[in-house]
Write a protein that binds this ligand. Structure first.
Ligand code: ACO
Length: 327
């Protein structure tokens, strides 16, 4: 029986767009390569004054409005991000102040592209045990600020944006989060990471000269593990709750690569007309990709109250996560 449900959603992306054609002028790549290998056509890129907190606060305000909840009613804020405003204080505290959520506790959560589902699971648990009644989950990223714009193997993939959801007690015990799977394999962390800026390699002239403050990724290896982990997680979250693939109305996968998305749908056993895809417009926005897709799918009428939804993600950590919910 679901305890908590998604009472409202919102999203925000920067206005500035970078197309594949723009990237052709920056690195040795082609629109054709990017489209066929990843499915990406455009991505939105933050201006200098747009940050993880400004985008996250905008998405949060829209989600609160959608849920009909005032900022003062929020008990707890969780921000999933790998591109925080700074190491500390948390981006969640910055957003708490920006939106005027005066009563709320606040913290960040780092689980790469799986961050939104991890945060959703924490929110669900807080509601379930009675710790909180209204939790604001925000997933916001400005990956463009840690992207090496000279590295063609990564710079064509990422984009900026934010999504948010208000989590509250299920109104009827029908709508809400039914099952969640969270997984990790830290032994493979260096397949996708930003090496410097933490306690292992504090910022220095050397770390800057060696370009260690940018995303480093072994795409081929990450791809293989992502296909396996996302397919397994999506299938298990459905079976584990006693449902069948044909019961699922919509699959909302992390938007990292159209080939990974198709492989995940195939493993789950559902056709692509029941899969929400917007990678062509935003690229990989890490933790923000699923809540942006949920909000967009709802606004465009692909996602309706009562629909059974599977969301599944994979990312830095390595981490993976899947959740089954009735919207
Ligand atoms: N343009 C043109 N050629 C390129 C580009 C580019 N932008 N990038 C790489 N290439 C070349 C490579 O150099 C290579 O050339 P070679 O064969 O001469 O060595 C060739 O294209 C093929 O490279 P691969 O890396 O094997 O290409 P692949 O088909 O694996 O696609 C991609 C690469 C798109 C990165 C894919 O591996 C992928 O999507 N990986 C997963 C990424 C992901 O899901 N990340 C997860 C989460 S992100 C997060 O948590 C923040």
């Amino acid at each position: 029986m679901p305890w908590s449900y998604i009472a409202g959603t919102g999203s925000a992306v920067p206005e500035k767009v970078l197309t594949n054609e723009d990237l052709e002028k920056m690195v040795d790549t082609s629109d054709e390569w990017i489209r066929t290998r990843s499915g990406i056509e455009r991505r939105h890129i933050a201006e200098e004054d747009e940050t993880t907190a400004t985008l996250g606060a905008e998405a949060a305000q829209k989600a609160l409005e959608d849920a009909g909840v005032s900022p003062e009613e929020v008990d707890f804020i969780i921000v999933a991000t790998v591109t925080p405003e700074m190491l500390f204080p948390s981006t969640a505290c910055v957003i708490q102040d920006m939106i005027g959520a005066k009563r709320a506790g606040a913290m960040d959560l780092s689980a790469g592209c799986s961050g939104f589902i991890y945060a959703l699971s924490v929110a669900d648990s807080f509601v379930r045990i009675g710790q909180s009644e209204t939790v604001l989950v925000v997933a916001s990223e400005t990956l463009s600020k840690i992207t090496d714009w000279t590295d063609r193997s990564t710079c064509v993939l990422f984009g900026d944006g934010a999504g948010a959801a208000v989590i509250m007690p299920s109104p009827d015990g029908e709508r809400g989060i039914i099952n969640t799977i969270l997984g990790s394999d830290g032994s493979k962390g260096e397949l996708l990471y930003m090496p410097a800026g933490g306690s292992r390699y504090p910022a220095s002239h050397e770390t800057v000269d060696k370009r260690m403050h940018y995303i480093k990724m072994n795409g081929r290896e990450v791809f293989k593990i992502a296909v396996e982990a996302m397919g397994e997680a999506a299938a298990s979250v459905v079976e584990g709750a006693g449902y069948r693939p044909e019961d699922v109305d919509l699959l909302i996968p992390h938007q990292a690569n159209i080939r990974i998305i198709k492989a995940t749908a195939k493993r789950l056993g559902i056709s692509m007309d029941r899969v929400y895809v917007n990678i062509q417009e935003y690229g990989n926005t890490s933790a923000a990709s699923i809540p942006i897709a949920v909000d967009e799918a709802k606004r465009k009428g692909f996602l309706r109250p009562g629909d059974l939804v599977v969301a599944v993600a994979f990312g830095a950590g390595l981490t993976w996560a899947s959740t089954l919910f009735r919207f």
